[in-house]
Design a protein around this ligand. Structure first.
Ligand code: AMP
Ligand code: GLY
Length: 422
């Protein structure tokens, strides 16, 4: 079979895991990542292009005879990168601009779920402070206030009191603390339960769920402190029984693909509903139009089938013909982050101990750079230290042993990743 020249868009742990997987596959020809990072440069050639620089990405891909583009982050998807590549005849894996609205506008996603009976928290959409507040006053707390647009993980405010809710509404709608993303807000009911990430490969009609994963959003052990991009993940998840997974396919994945098709926005790419498993069953917290980070770092090491075969099948709308195989092993990733993260943090600190990592531990780089041949920190999340094992316990022991051997000044990580699987 002919080799494919592949360009990955993004530069975090998720893109490192994608590049690592593709680098082992027989159909991968030249492999590039834009912008990538120091760790990714070990498996792919990094290209200095920004993820939102749609026109330069398109012209670079044309000049370099790229056969396939895989888009990591949401921003280029909502800017229409996949459409722009399609216009010049380059295949790209990810939803079109109008399909990416499922992540780009929470109001769109909520209205769609309501219209098609897909389980989610009760809600209403507002552009006006007074009506938002009077709606909030009419419901019981806690209150969840969400900016409609993309807000880099800062768009969800959970308020314990009506006073906090009033302040949240004012900050987002009136003071525009999140810019245009907060022109519209969603106020919704607070859901109780355990969260679950289900990522699915989609070809417009068929969704093939990947193995389940669970993220740890808060910065501190015991799920304390502010939310981050994700401090660790593991797979499989004991909560995700075969019966629950079947229910998620039937009540969420199938109907949402049908809904998107019916609305003239067929969905091709990875669709990742963030779910709350409530006493009433699974409910959608949000839809993401891409692979999750750090979920991808624990899902792809378990994937036995070639990723590129699945992606090409999705692009050709023949996912029903493909058998996706997974390893039985368990996988865990522990994110090592900079001091101060998710707030302000310093960059450029030397990272020590990477040479001491055993070969069965995978260190995906989330934010690193080179300085004089040495790895230095370059982001809030720095490394995703990943290990497989016969069960979560074994994987966890391996990953934490490696984490203890790596050091950079002020490094912080959670010590309780996968605590719900114990
Ligand atoms: P989202 O970006 O919508 O997934 O929200 C980020 C995080 O906020 C989620 O992972 C949940 O932990 C929390 N969250 C969002 N919506 C709700 C809700 N309706 N009830 C409880 N927690 C929520
Ligand atoms: N793991 C959270 C996200 O990728 O949005």
């Amino acid at each position: 079979m002919e080799e494919l020249n592949i360009l990955i868009i993004g530069g975090g742990g998720r893109e490192h895991a994608i590049a690592w997987k593709l680098s082992q596959e027989k159909r991968t020809g030249r492999l590039y990542c834009a912008p990538g990072n120091a760790g990714i440069s070990r498996v792919a050639q990094c290209i200095q292009l920004k993820v939102d620089d749609v026109s330069n990405i398109v012209s670079w891909a044309l000049q370099n005879k790229i056969d396939l583009v895989i888009v990591g982050p949401e921003l280029p998807l909502t800017l229409g990168l996949v459409d722009a590549l399609a216009d010049v005849g380059i295949r790209a894996f990810g939803p079109s601009k109008k399909a990416a609205e499922i992540e780009g506008s929470k109001a769109f996603a909520k209205n769609l779920m309501q219209k098609y009976g897909i389980p989610t928290a009760k809600y209403a959409v507002f552009t006006d402070r007074e009506s938002a507040l009077s709606f909030a006053r009419g419901m019981k707390g806690p209150w969840v206030v969400k900016a409609d647009g993309l807000a880099a993980g800062k768009g969800v405010l959970i308020c314990k009191t009506i006073e906090d809710t009033k302040q949240a509404i004012e900050e987002v709608l009136t003071d525009k603390s999140l810019g245009d993303a907060g022109k519209k807000i969603v106020i919704e009911e607070f859901l109780e339960g355990e969260e679950l990430s289900i990522l699915a490969f989609c070809d417009g009609k068929t969704a093939i769920p990947m193995v389940p994963a669970q993220d740890h959003k808060q910065i501190f052990d015991g799920d304390q402190g502010p939310n981050t991009g994700g401090m660790g993940a593991y797979s499989p998840v004991p909560l995700a029984t075969p019966a629950l997974l079947q229910e998620i396919e039937q009540s969420i994945l199938r109907p949402i693909l049908q809904a998107m098709e019916q609305e003239g926005k067929p969905y091709c790419g990875v669709l990742y509903p963030g779910l709350m498993i409530t006493a009433e069953g699974p409910k959608v917290l949000e839809f993401n139009a891409r692979f999750g980070d750090p979920e991808t770092q624990v899902i792809l090491p378990r994937l036995q089938t070639d990723l590129v075969e699945i992606i090409m099948a999705a692009l050709d709308k023949r996912l029903t013909e493909i058998q996706v195989k997974w390893q039985d092993q368990s996988c865990i990733t522990v994110v090592m982050a900079s001091a101060g993260y998710p707030g302000a943090y310093q960059k450029g600190l030397p990272i020590r101990g990477l040479e001491r990592i055993p070969p069965d531990v995978l260190v995906f780089h989330s934010g690193t750079a080179f300085r004089e041949e040495e790895f230095v920190t370059a982001g809030g999340r720095v490394l995703s230290v990943t290990a497989l094992g016969k069960d979560i316990k074994e994987a966890k022991a391996k990953a934490y042993r490696a984490v203890e051997n790596i050091h950079f000044e002020g490094c912080q990580y959670r010590r309780d990743i996968a605590h719900r699987a114990n």
